[in-house]
Structure formats: structure tokens, C-alpha cells
Ligand binder design. Structure first.
Ligand code: TYM
Length: 339
């Protein structure tokens, strides 16, 4: 029997966010989103999901994909998501997401979806598979958020445009049908919102980068992390100072600040008179120490598949209960008959 009283605590604001299980998760995912997810658990009613429905908008190899879904779920627990405090589940196990997405699709304009930069980028990168799901991806994301009547959505800056569309869809539905959804606000960290590639700091750090030195994976070994930071592209000025034209150093300062909590002024003072070599080593070491316990917890969790299964089954049942309430309400408002 599921204890529904614990599912939604009315007094706290609701947070929803999700991450795709599309292979390696990066330091960008961690600093832009996941680190915050864990930090928000005490103050808010947090709901987090592994967005596997989103991930099949690009072709996935089924056996590998299944493994990535469970690994991503384990990683959420490893970074500190506590299933006693937060609701954590796998998106495809809660059928209401796909059902609400259809209704939202019918309330989203072709022109709105055509303007999404991620759609333009991804359709250029996967030109042989520009499927309808890739196009409609943001309305599924809106369904994720709106099903739980979320107030806040902690994401990196790259998801801001999708969040704005979710708000527009919620406002539109509220105007047409009356009082459907809470209109969600993005919750984007000041530092770490856009972690850049270590090889080309004008580009976002991304797991789909062909150059493995461009990104740090959350589960990378310490020696690989150190190598990647030592090879990070900087500039010829040799002065650890935030400024224009110093994208590489700005990025490393952002990472160091997000990991250690030090301000940019403190970092400048700490490395006054020192070269980039010392700075890169310090950033690498700080990242290694932050990620070490996560890797250890992840390794332990992956040895206990039965435990993971219990948590995601329980999560899906609780999520379905909440999502079902919203979906029923919207189905009624749209005019569908009672089941
Ligand atoms: P995804 O899986 O690409 O990324 C998960 C989270 O990581 C953040 N992120 C970054 N932050 C800073 N710097 C980077 N280089 C970086 N790379 C990734 C992302 O902003 C995101 O917060 N569509 C979403 C998943 C999703 C979702 C949702 C999010 C599905 N449904 C509902 C919020 C609400 C995505 O593909 O994220």
C-alpha cells in the first residue's frame, strides 16, 4: 500500500525536473542541474525523473538503452537524491506523461516548435532521423512539468527556451479551459548554468561531443579528470582573471567556483602570480574530490539491482497517483467522457 499522505505536502512548493538517460552524464549536467536537485530537497516538495521517453527522439540501441536508464536512475540516488524525501521515477513507467503530451500537442503551434534552437541543432545533427517526436519534444517536457503542477523547474540555461514554451502552453490552456495548471518558473543557478566545452569554450559541454577531452563525465576516473583539465584550452595571457575574450579561463573559474563555493574575487586572489598550470591542477583536484563519493555510491548502488527496482516501482506508483489526478481533470475540461 502506498502512503499517499507523503506524496504531496501541500505547504511546500513543488519542484520538478528531469534528465535524459542518453549515455554519459557530464559535469555540465551536475553543476547546471543535479547538484541543485539534491540541495533543494529539504526546502521543497521535489519530483525528479529519468526522461527516457525524451531519449528515444534519437535512435537508441535497446539493450544499451535499458542499461543507461538504470544507470541514470542510480546516479540520481548517488548524487544525493533521497527517495525518503523526494519522489524519483522513470518517465516511461508513468503513462500519463504520454497522454497529457498528446493533449498539449493539440494546443501547441507548429511555429512555436519550429523556433526551438535545440530542435534546429538536433535536426541538423541527426539529419537522417528528423522524427515527429524530436519536433514535439518540448510539449512532452511541458507535460512532465504540468502534470505535477510544479512551481519551479531547476535546469541549466540551455533548457530556458523549452521552459518558456511550457509556460506559454500552461497560460494558453488556463485561458481556454480555465484553471488547468500552475505556471512554472525556471530555476537556473547563477554559477554553473552553462558549463562550456574544455576544448572549445564557445560551445556547451556536451556528452555528444566527438572529442572526449571536451567533457568531464560524472563517473570519469580521477586520472582522466586531471588529464582533461590539464589539456583544457585557455589563452596566452597567463593571468587567472575573469574577463572578455577569456572564455576558457572564465569557464574554469565558473567550474571552480561552483564546486568550491569560492567567489571569483577569492579565486583571483588565490591564484595571483601563479600560472595556468597551477590553476588547472587545482580545478581538476576540486572536481575529483567532489565527484569521488558520487562514483563510490554509484558503484555500490549498481550492485543492488533489487533495491533500485523497489525504489523505481514505488516512485512510479506515487508519480502516477499525482499525475492521474491532473490528467483526469484536464480530460474532463477538454470534454472527454469519464472513464
Ligand atoms: P538533459 O538531459 O540534456 O540535461 C539535464 C540537465 O543538465 C543541464 N545541462 C547543463 N547545465 C549546464 N551546463 C551544461 N553544459 C549542461 N548540459 C546539460 C540541462 O540544462 C538539464 O537541466 N529536456 C531535458 C530533460 C527534461 C526536462 C523535463 C527538464 C525532460 N523533461 C522537464 C526539466 C523539466 C534535457 O534534455 O536535459
Amino acid at each position: 500500500m502506498i502512503e499517499m499522505e507523503n506524496v504531496q505536502q501541500e505547504s511546500k512548493k513543488v519542484i520538478f525536473s528531469a534528465i535524459q538517460p542518453s549515455g554519459t552524464l557530464t559535469l555540465g549536467n551536475y553543476l547546471g542541474a543535479l547538484k541543485n536537485w539534491a540541495a533543494l530537497q529539504d526546502e521543497f516538495n521535489c519530483i525528479y525523473s529519468v526522461a527516457d521517453l525524451h531519449a528515444i527522439t534519437v535512435r537508441q540501441e535497446p539493450a544499451k538503452f535499458r542499461k543507461q536508464i538504470i544507470e541514470t536512475f542510480a546516479l540520481l540516488l548517488a548524487i544525493g537524491i533521497d527517495p525518503q524525501k523526494s519522489l524519483v521515477f522513470i518517465q516511461s513507467q508513468v503513462s500519463q506523461h504520454a497522454e497529457l503530451a498528446w493533449i498539449l500537442n493539440c494546443n501547441t503551434q507548429f511555429g512555436e516548435l519550429s523556433r526551438m534552437t535545440q530542435f534546429k541543432d538536433k535536426s541538423a545533427r541527426h539529419a537522417d532521423n528528423v522524427n515527429v517526436g524530436l519536433f514535439a519534444y518540448p510539449s512532452l517536457m511541458a507535460a512532465d512539468i504540468l502534470l505535477y503542477q510544479a512551481d519551479l523547474v531547476p535546469v541549466g540555461a540551455d533548457q530556458k527556451q523549452h521552459l518558456e514554451l511550457s509556460r506559454d502552453i500552461a497560460i494558453r490552456m488556463n485561458n481556454v479551459y480555465g484553471n488547468c495548471f500552475t505556471v512554472p518558473e525556471p530555476y537556473i543557478p547563477k554559477i554553473g548554468a552553462r558549463v562550456m566545452s574544455l576544448q572549445d569554450p564557445s560551445k556547451k559541454m556536451s556528452k555528444s561531443d566527438d572529442n572526449i577531452n571536451a567533457y568531464v563525465a560524472i563517473l570519469d576516473k580521477p586520472e582522466d579528470i586531471m588529464r582533461k583539465f590539464k589539456r583544457a584550452v585557455t589563452d596566452s595571457e597567463a593571468c587567472v582573471k575573469y574577463g572578455e575574450g577569456k572564455d576558457g579561463i572564465n569557464n574554469l573559474m565558473g567550474i571552480y567556483s561552483a564546486v568550491t563555493g569560492k567567489s571569483y574575487d577569492d579565486i583571483q586572489a588565490e591564484f595571483e602570480g601563479k600560472g595556468y598550470g597551477d590553476f588547472k591542477t587545482a580545478v581538476g583536484e576540486a572536481v575529483v574530490e567532489q565527484l569521488r563519493p558520487i562514483r563510490e555510491r554509484f558503484d555500490n548502488l549498481m550492485k543492488d539491482k533489487a533495491y533500485l527496482e523497489t525504489i523505481y516501482h514505488d516512485g512510479a506508483a506515487k508519480a502516477s497517483y499525482i499525475a492521474g489526478k491532473t490528467l483526469n481533470k484536464i480530460q474532463r475540461k477538454v470534454g472527454f467522457l469519464k472513464r
